[in-house]
Design a protein around this ligand. Structure first.
Ligand code: SF4
Ligand code: SF4
Length: 217
């Protein structure tokens, strides 16, 4: 899922400039799970905007704002309100914001209310964990299923840097060094052989964006 954080309210107000008629769009998937784009967040933002002198014309929460088909049917239901709005504030990730922009037929100003942080998994305790950076050349088969590109701030491919201290990362002492985690996992699996090989430099052409558009209809 995509992790988002709400932008500071002052930043949102600033982006609205002198526009006063606002429509809010949330997202029923990731942003709801992150508590940045579900009903409570939309209603709270509505209240704050109204206290700041803005008018919230309406709001909706499509099931998946990044999926055109689901967004379009929700926009169609809201067309009367949308025609009265000047701005649409989108409480989703950047994909949802751009999905709204791509599906807007009224020429509205589309603005983000959230910052998009990372793609994460959610563990059984409800924590959001960033585990993959979408490098386009997965190395997990060579690193005991632990991603050094994401978990090591330097993205090192062949063991720890000189700053590793007592198993902790020099960039953030509260975090385990990714390469110590890989070492421990290899030790548990009796697979320390992996430390005898040297991984070649990554092929950065595989992470040039945009990657591709895949038609899966
Ligand atoms: S190596 Fe890491 S960043 Fe690359 S695809 Fe695999 S998990 Fe994702
Ligand atoms: S201490 Fe480990 S995780 Fe931190 S930057 Fe160095 S190699 Fe990467």
């Amino acid at each position: 899922m995509i992790l988002t954080q709400a932008k500071p309210f002052e930043e949102i107000l600033d982006s609205l400039k002198d526009k006063t008629k606002i429509f809010l769009i949330g997202c029923g998937e990731c942003a709801t799970a992150c508590k940045t784009g579900g009903e409570p967040e939309l209603l709270l933002l509505k209240q704050k905007l109204e206290e700041a002198g803005k008018t919230v014309i309406g709001w909706c929460i499509p099931q998946s704002t990044c999926v055109s088909a689901k967004l379009k049917s929700e926009l169609a239901k809201q067309i009367i309100n949308l025609r009265k709005a000047e701005v649409v504030l989108v409480l989703s990730c950047g994909l949802g914001v751009q999905s709204v922009k791509d599906n807007d037929r009224l020429g509205l100003v589309i603005l983000p209310a959230n910052n998009t942080v990372a793609a994460v998994l959610r563990d059984s305790q409800g924590r959001f964990l960033e585990k993959c950076s979408f490098c386009g050349e997965c190395l997990l088969d060579k690193t005991e299923g632990i991603c050094p590109i994401t978990l090591c701030p330097k993205g090192l491919l062949n063991g720890p840097c000189g700053g590793m201290d007592k198993g902790k990362c020099e960039v953030d002492k509260n975090r385990d060094c990714a390469w110590v985690l890989i070492w421990k996992e290899a030790q548990n699996k009796n697979n320390l052989e992996i430390f005898k090989r040297i991984l070649p430099a990554r092929d950065y052409t595989k992470s040039i964006k945009p990657h591709f558009v895949q038609d899966i209809r």
